[in-house]
Design a binder for this molecule. Sequence first.
Ligand code: BDR
Ligand code: CA
Length: 321
Amino acid sequence: PRYIIIDNDAGVDDAWAIFLLLKAEPRNQVLALTCVNGNTSLENVCRNNLRLLAQLNERQIPVYKGAVSALVPPEKESLSNFTSDIEFFHGRNGFGDVELPKIDSLPQLQEENAINAMYRLVKQHPGEVSLVCCGPLTNIALAIRMYSDFTENVKDVFIMGGNYTAMGNKTRCAEFNFHGDPEAAYIVLQEMEGKTTLVPWETCVSAGVPQAWRENLGKNSGPCVSFLNIIEGPIMDRQRRLGYKYLSADQLLAAIFHDPNIIEETMCTHASVELTGSCTRGQIVIDHLNMNKHNTKIVKSINLQRYQDLITSLVESDRRG
Ligand code: BDR
Ligand code: CA
């Protein structure tokens, strides 16, 4: 079996990724949702995970609280470098600022922290647990530093993050998740040598589709997609006004994880992360001269039709119940 831990900072596209994996993969193989600070505060991320699980009628999968901030959080003044404000996309609560019913009891939120839980689960299933990472990599880096045999027991790590050309989304040059914790991304790429698959920002952009496709997809939807429609509504309105395409980065990551045949082209290479550049902090640095051992696989392009077909079929299965 292939077990899965979904590390996330939900986030609307994280919610899509969780929906997709819970619908498409055997549920008993999804071992945990681990939460990390990112799109919104850690508290909100945990709450959003629980809300989503309730919506998916899923009462078994445990939710764990992870890191409350990046290893080295940005100084306030460096915020002026930013080109985008995350609240603009995900809202202050991470779910589009949509008023959601209050959750009184949070039975699935565990006492144990995410780092310990990840290690324990990986040790229970050595070589069989995949980490699907939809947010900054703080939790994974902490597990690597806490437990010297964590890395060797992980099967593989799928990451939405980074950019290998100069096209960022958080800053001019850096993608949100890697910019959110560059040191953590650096540690994970270095230590998880050969186990990482990266879905970078450029690939997500190339997977953009007309908003009309998404709107059509959401019509006559089942209970979970109705919920996704609600939390994604404000983003879609804004994107439509701005004439942007619809793209959902973490959704794409989950789709690629579930069906690797979606991948068209990959590049095996040595990748690291810029930590000190005043403009480029968080950008991936590729060894184009091939002087270092390859440590990662970067997904460069995908089969858009196959990806869309997968999403459509899951939305239909949600409608059928
Ligand atoms: C990534 O940043 C976040 O806002 C999204 O959830 C996604 O993980 C895209 O750069
Ligand atoms: Ca995310």
